[in-house]
Design a binder for this molecule. Structure first.
Ligand code: NDP
Ligand code: AKG
Length: 498
């Protein structure tokens, strides 16, 4: 086993330990005997230093032209591309996702860098005719200020990039508080940022726990905006603190995503979608398929095939190229998934496959859980309503398309959704009637692309979107500008055309 990576904070252009001097351990989820990294246990004093650095750097960074800021973001993309394999290997070891999925995660960050590098030459505002003679009217984007970025472990490179890169192009400075389960990926990412040429204080990194570093950051009066991705419980707390302290806040939280399979669907395609949507990344995606809504006519054949294919999925460490399903991230996530299976049993649900931790000897030191399928789950079941965030999918039966959409919408969340059908009319009705931020037709609930808005309705978010040009509305303020070149004050200028 190799020496643990030492992950320090990066504040004002300097790598530095937490002021407490304490370090915490980050374990390999596939083999918890291995300490992958140690990381700084930061607290309020470290947050204070990071905010001061980010505030100071903001004065200069906001004045750097947007295309110049974007050129640095472009270089971030190039460096990430050169380090893709190293980063993917590190991620697979630290977070547990399969190496193929880890490469996809880094690729998403690369795509993101190139996309937002382009935005630096757009950042379009509007010009409109004025109501007055000799007057020019327009709107421009201005940066927000110091942005706190609080991120989860499931996409440890892509999600920090989704937030940091558009924030930087818009002229903000950032402080990243990554998940305590993936400090090494965050450290490697910040290494890329500084190598690309970001000035000191523009991007800062504060490791530590959510309760200590995260809370201090959200509450700090020197932070102007919090962009948070994580659980709904923590998101609600972040939102209420931001409400009380008048901060802009953008939340991306959980999902209870469903895939509908109608009787006219291409069943082989729908099966592949269900298999990878539910069990890919061990179900630890906010877009994972956790409900399968199946038309009664195909239910039995579809279920039999799904069980057969899911049973054959190879569990193992993500770094093994033969692995198809990696471990859960940590002990508490393993207990959480187990608790949900107990609830399922108490509710009398039928476990068709899996339902427990992996039994094989060689997986005994990791947090492996068998792909699990639960049958005939009523919409009132906790398994049908709450996010498990593991390799667990529930099956539901419907007799009509209308019933399917109603069932799909019957959830407190609204992130991703999918419909398999060959009927174009149904497809368009689904697009219109499904209450979710993302709808796939004949594709699984996962696989978002960076150039379109990402996020959800209801308890999944708070009305904002990440990715695409939509996220520019999170990381910039609109400034409306009137230029009067009449050379005189007209009454109508003040009172409009009254
Ligand atoms: N909609 C979306 O785009 C996505 C949503 N998610 C959701 O995230 C959840 C899994 O991620 P998980 O990391 O466990 O979620 P958490 O909400 O526990 O943590 C997310 C981040 O917030 C930090 N944090 C925890 N408590 C606080 C606090 N009180 N104040 C400030 N920061 C805090 C965490 O730190 P620490 O690591 O120390 O706990 C971590 O960095 C799932 O529910 C999933 O659906 C995940 C990915 C994408
Ligand atoms: O696969 C996707 O759609 C992106 C998923 C994602 O970003 C997430 O689960 O956090």
């Amino acid at each position: 086993m190799s020496t643990p990576i030492r992950c320090l904070n990066y504040i004002d252009g300097q790598w530095q330990p937490a002021q407490s001097g304490e370090m915490l351990e980050d374990l390999n989820p596939a083999d918890r005997r291995e300490v992958v990294a140690t990381f700084a246990r930061s607290g309020a004093a470290d947050v204070e230093a990071a905010v001061a650095a980010a505030r100071k750097a903001y004065r200069g960074w906001r004045l750097v032209s947007a295309p110049t800021r974007a050129e640095i973001v472009f270089r971030i993309g190039e460096i990430l591309r050169g380090r893709k394999e190293d980063l993917a290997q590190l991620m697979s070891r630290e977070m547990g996702k399969t190496i193929v999925e880890a490469r996809g995660d880094v690729q998403e960050a690369i795509d993101c860098a190139f996309y937002y590098a382009g935005e630096g030459r757009r950042l379009f505002g509007q010009t409109t005719p004025s109501e007055m003679d000799n007057k020019f009217a327009m709107s421009v984007r201005a940066p927000v200020g110091v942005c706190a970025l609080i991120t989860p472990w499931n996409f440890p490179v892509a999600i920090p990039c989704w937030k940091a890169l558009p924030a930087l192009v818009c002229g903000n400075t950032v402080i990243l508080k990554p998940a305590e389960d993936t400090p090494a990926c965050a450290t490697a990412l910040i290494d890329v940022f500084l190598e690309a040429g970001l000035p000191a204080g523009v991007a800062n990194l504060v490791h530590g726990t959510g309760e200590e570093a995260g809370r201090a950051l959200v509450a700090h009066p020197g932070v102007d905006l919090v962009s948070f991705t994580g659980s709904s419980v923590v998101g609600a707390e972040v939102a209420s603190v931001c409400g009380r302290t008048h901060k802009r806040v953008c939340l991306e939280m959980g999902g209870k995503n469903a895939q509908i399979v109608m009787e006219d669907a291409d069943l082989e395609l729908a099966l592949k979608g269900a298999l990878w949507g539910a069990f890919g990344t061990t179900g630890q995606r906010c877009t994972a398929t956790s409900r399968l809504i199946l038309h009664r006519d195909i239910k039995q054949v579809f279920t039999e095939k799904l069980i057969e294919q899911a049973r054959q999925l190879r569990l193992g460490p993500g770094t093994d190229p033969n692995t198809e399903v990696g471990p859960l991230i940590n002990e508490s996530q393993l207990s959480r998934v187990q608790r949900y299976i107990e609830i399922a049993r108490q509710e009398g649900l039928k476990v068709l496959l899996g339902g427990g931790p992996a039994r094989s000897e060689e997986l005994a030191h990791g947090h492996f859980f068998e792909p699990t399928i639960l049958d005939e789950v009523p919409p009132t079941s906790r398994l049908a309503r709450e996010e498990v965030f593991g390799p667990v999918v529930v099956l539901m039966t419907i007799d009509s398309f209308e019933q399917a959409v109603e069932l799909l919408n019957d959830t407190p969340y609204g992130l991703s959704s999918s419909v398999y059908t060959r009927d174009v009319n149904r497809a368009f009705r689904a697009i219109r009637d499904i209450e979710a931020g993302i709808t796939y037709i004949n594709g699984p609930t996962t696989g978002a692309e960076v150039h379109l808005p990402f996020g959800g309705v209801k308890q999944t978010g708070n009305g904002h979107r990440e990715a695409g040009s939509a996220v520019l509305d999170v990381f910039s303020e609109w400034k409306t500008v009137y230029v009067d070149f009449s050379g005189q004050l007209q009454r109508a200028q003040i009172d409009n055309r009254s």
